[in-house]
Design a protein around this ligand. Structure first.
Ligand code: AMP
Ligand code: ZN
Length: 475
């Protein structure tokens, strides 16, 4: 490993050299989606940039173990432990059970990730799988004097900590205002910043999923999930914890509080946060709970290739807010298609110039090591395509860079041509069938005409007789 990875550690508020606990190995954790709705492209920006981090680490030769939770219980509509469970809200909206909703949107999430070439983490664990682990951690926190029971719920006592706001230099008051939808104060809390570890009595007593616990029938708070699930699979020491900036407070702040109180030592060395995607002309971040948001399917329905959205994200730095607009995505589509054609038409035969290969690989690595400068890494790709060297060298480098960029650099052009060919073949087949049907009708062979219509319908093609002639469309 020649180049050392540097990135911004929110914990120390500086760009640091990454040094893992165990040489050559990385224990990495990602806050997973709350599966009550489709992921919006803002959520997916975070997952794309986390994927970039993971793939950079692997590219540099690290053996990475990445764990992600699926939040299928406990995430209330306000981060301040008030409001309804988001999963229950989703279930009511769709007249389904919470578990049906969870299954559906978990599958939808991974399908979106697949389209964006986001690698599935090595371990994916739904929160509802880990109730005994949550109960054990809460029990230990009570025994150690860090948690208390009040009004039927178990709370973490933040006044027991020497330092609670370790992840931010904001004042306590500012952070409390930062708690979204902070409407009701919970009178059970001893301190304003205390948070729920286990609910038996929330304002909403129609919670569908409940489990037996030493404190009665109830369900876990959201923050405890990530502490337990990460420790279950990564042990007591973690290298990198990731999430969007909205997770910084209270979620990650609370994760640190409870994890380090439970363990009695420092838990995670590096915190990696991604800034938000915002929509041009709209104020605030894109939000799932508002119900109005952009999804990968929506982009696809509008004719965009999801990988173009990935390229759009990689062209900006993870520590800057990113503004989405269709104009920018249109430009990115044109840029991407040109790039894919350029690489797709390289001749693969011939010698690889090892010296030039190594030099460009080094430059690419350097860009990534410089606080994950992905747009610079793409510039290195363009520079190398312009360089005077064999096509074989360029092709080999594009293939190598794509281990991190994951933009289908060497396959997109051929795939597009194949698709165009398939589309053209399909169209000529349909047009021939339409002619055949016309002839059958002329001969008053209506049974044959109907059979042709049915044959096409079976292939997902619908015919429509209009005044201008027969038209077809995909079902
Ligand atoms: P959620 O499913 O709401 O728990 O969020 C999943 C991930 O998306 C978390 O890491 C959030 O921090 C992140 N996130 C939420 N909104 C945005 C946004 N507008 N832009 C980027 N990341 C976001
Ligand atoms: Zn989390």
């Amino acid at each position: 490993m020649e180049n050392k990875l540097h990135f911004y550690n929110t914990l120390t508020r500086t760009v640091e050299t990454f040094i893992p606990n165990e040489e050559g190995k990385v224990a990495m954790y990602t806050c997973g989606p709350t599966v009550y709705h489709f992921a919006h492209i803002g959520n997916l920006r975070s997952y794309i940039m986390e994927d970039l981090l993971e793939k950079t680490l692997r590219y540099l030769g690290y053996d990475v173990k990445r764990v992600m939770n699926i939040t299928d219980v406990g995430h209330l509509s306000s981060d301040a432990d008030t409001g309804e469970d988001k999963m229950l809200k989703g279930a009511k909206r769709e007249h389904k059970s919470v578990m049906e909703i969870a299954r559906f949107y978990t599958d939808a999430f991974f399908s979106d990730c697949g389209k964006l070439n986001i690698k599935t983490p090595d371990v994916v664990e739904p929160a509802t799988n880990c109730i005994p682990e949550f109960i054990h951690m809460i029990q230990t926190l009570i025994e150690k004097g860090y948690a208390y029971e009040q009004g039927g719920n178990i709370y973490f006592d933040t006044s027991r900590l020497k330092e609670y706001y370790v992840l931010s230099n904001h004042s306590e008051q500012e952070l409390l205002v930062g708690v979204r939808d902070d409407v009701d104060e919970d009178a059970n809390k001893r301190n304003k910043s205390d948070f729920v570890l286990w609910f038996t009595k929330s304002k909403f007593d129609d919670q569908e999923l409940k489990w037996e616990s030493p404190w009665g029938l109830g369900y876990p708070g959201w923050h405890i999930e990530c502490s337990c699930i990460s420790m279950k699979h990564l042990g007591e020491y973690m290298d990198i914890h990731c999430g969007g900036v909205d997770n910084l407070f209270p979620h990650h702040t609370n994760e640190i509080a409870q994890s380090e109180s439970y363990l009695g030592h420092k838990w995670c060395n590096y915190w990696f946060h991604i800034h938000h995607l915002v929509e041009k002309g709209k104020t605030g971040k894109m939000s799932k709970s508002s119900g109005e948001f952009l999804t990968v399917s929506l982009l696809e329905n509008k004719g965009y290739d999801p990988v173009v959205y990935r390229m759009f994200c990689l062209q900006s730095h993870y520590r800057k807010p990113l503004e989405f607009s269709y104009e920018v995505l249109d430009n990115m589509t044109a840029t991407y298609e040109k790039l894919a054609k350029r690489i797709g038409t390289l001749r693969r035969e011939g010698e690889v110039d090892q010296e030039k290969y190594d030099a460009y690989r080094g430059r690419f690595e350097q860009a990534l090591c410089d606080d994950l400068n992905s747009s610079m890494a793409i510039t290195v790709l363009y520079d190398m395509l312009k360089e005077d060297m064999s096509d074989a060298t360029k092709y080999a480098l594009a293939e190598d860079f794509d281990r991190v960029l994951s933009l289908n650099l060497t396959t997109a052009y051929a795939a597009k041509n194949d698709k165009q060919q398939v589309d053209a073949e399909l169209e000529s087949y349909i047009l021939a069938k339409i002619e055949e049907r016309k002839a059958a009708k002329k001969e008053k062979d209506f049974a044959r005409a109907d059979a042709i219509r049915a044959e096409l319908q079976e292939k997902g093609i619908l015919l429509e007789d209009t005044r201008e002639g027969v038209k077809w469309k995909k079902a």
